[in-house]
Design a protein around this ligand. Structure first.
Ligand code: FES
Ligand SMILES: [Fe+2]
Length: 405
């Protein structure tokens, strides 16, 4: 069934073929640059909360980090007043990117744009301009601050939204808050570091891979070794009718059974929690929160182009972890779930192949687990992918049959 995106909203209308079945995904959506431009507006600046950080990444007044919300470059900064804000990283004068580099502290001196030396306070207000004489008499500094996104926090997680109608954060997260409570505890974390890598794949392929339980033991040798499997048959997609989040729960072999088998336990050791249960969550559309093994990790999915996605892997310890546990986490996190890690490297290889062959057109098909219409699914099911695309379709304006997942 061919659909056309609504023309009443700003942005180029994109004619789009989308089959009526909810388990068929047209490959065009991974290669169409017009659609990419459209979804940056319709999805990422639509009524969603985008995960942009954790408070532990910017603990001190003036600490900041940069990333993007879809295509919008932003600065996540803690003000002199301790409050977290998300500012658009584009000068209010002639649009130059104000802040270069990934992180820093700006308490002394403010953010200074290199182009004409306008300077902004950590809260985004304009402090001053260079050579201020001969400006129009009606020029007022108050009118030229850096635009701000709405910000909401949960357990230290920082979310941004550019849409007026995004529901309150906890309502948006719904049952996902229970998973976050489990992974983040009281929310007091210590930031260990982050690694950025560009995947040569569309951002949606990267995200759908996380909903895909089918590939987990098919592709990942490491997960075969530890026999990652369903935890009580759960691969949950909470609140599937309202949003496209994922909460996958799984369980690996107990460490007592693994110890005699593995020469080096450190990759898959579980020392910091009482069971070998693991959680993998996606906050639709692009935030990943996980506690696989002893690794506490957030991922930010930053679309660069229709076939390029920057992933930032961010690693954490608990605030009161002893140093030997911190060292263990620093070693295990990147080695398993970092871009060169045992698991992630395999995903990158598979996803780049999908991207390259998407020009062949036709549909990708989701089958395993789909006879069940609704969650809970099994960990090895790929059925949850449907929920991601249903939420996506609603936002880009492709009609969704109600009553489907
Ligand atoms: S563009 Fe930033 S000061 Fe002119
Ligand atoms: Fe994977």
């Amino acid at each position: 069934m061919a659909s056309v995106l609504p023309r009443t909203v700003q942005g180029p209308p994109v004619p789009l073929r989308w089959p009526p079945e909810d388990n068929r995904i047209p490959r065009e959506i991974f290669t169409d640059p017009d659609l990419f431009r459209w979804e940056m507006d319709a999805v990422f600046t639509g009524p969603v909360w985008v995960l942009v950080g954790h408070e532990a990444e910017i603990p001190q007044p003036g600490d900041y980090k940069t990333l993007s919300v879809g295509a919008v470059p932003v600065i996540v900064v803690r003000g002199a007043d301790g409050q977290v804000r998300v500012l658009v990283n584009a000068c209010a004068h002639r649009g130059a990117r104000v802040v270069e580099g990934p992180r820093g502290n700006v308490l002394k001196g403010g953010f200074r744009c290199i182009y004409h030396m306008w300077t902004y306070a950590p809260d985004g207000s304009l402090l001053g301009v260079s050579l201020p004489d001969d400006f129009p008499v009606e020029f007022r500094k108050e009118d030229y601050g850096l635009p701000r996104a709405r910000v909401a926090l949960y357990k230290g997680l920082i979310f941004a939204s550019f849409h007026e109608q995004t529901p309150p954060l906890e309502e948006y997260l719904a049952e996902l808050t229970q998973g976050m409570d489990r992974v983040l505890g009281d929310g007091r974390l210590r930031y260990l570091g982050s690694i950025k890598v560009i995947f040569r794949t569309n951002w949606k392929l990267y995200v759908e891979n996380i909903y895909d339980g089918y590939h987990v033991t098919a592709l990942h040798t490491g997960f075969q070794v530890v026999r990652l499997r369903s935890h009580g048959g759960q691969r949950l997609v909470p609140n599937y009718e309202r949003n496209g989040h994922l909460w996958g729960q799984s369980r690996s072999t107990r460490r007592e059974e693994l110890q005699p088998v593995l020469r080096d336990m450190s990759l898959f050791d579980v020392r910091t929690k009482p069971t070998t249960d693991h959680n993998m969550m996606v906050v639709f559309p692009s935030g990943v929160v996980t506690d696989y093994f002893d690794t506490i990790q957030l991922r930010y999915v930053l679309p660069l182009a229709v076939d390029q996605t920057l992933i930032e892997f961010t690693f954490f310890a608990r605030a009161d972890d002893p140093e030997d546990v911190v060292r263990h986490r620093v070693r295990q996190g990147p080695a398993v779930l970092g871009p060169a890690g045992a698991i992630t490297l395999e995903d990158a290889a598979a996803l780049e192949r999908v991207q390259q062959s998407s020009v062949a057109r036709g549909d990708n098909v989701i089958l395993k687990g789909t006879p069940k219409r609704f969650p809970p699914y099994r960990h090895v099911d790929e059925a949850p992918i449907r929920h991601f695309y249903q939420a996506y379709r609603r936002l880009i304006g492709v009609p969704v049959e109600e009553g489907t997942p």
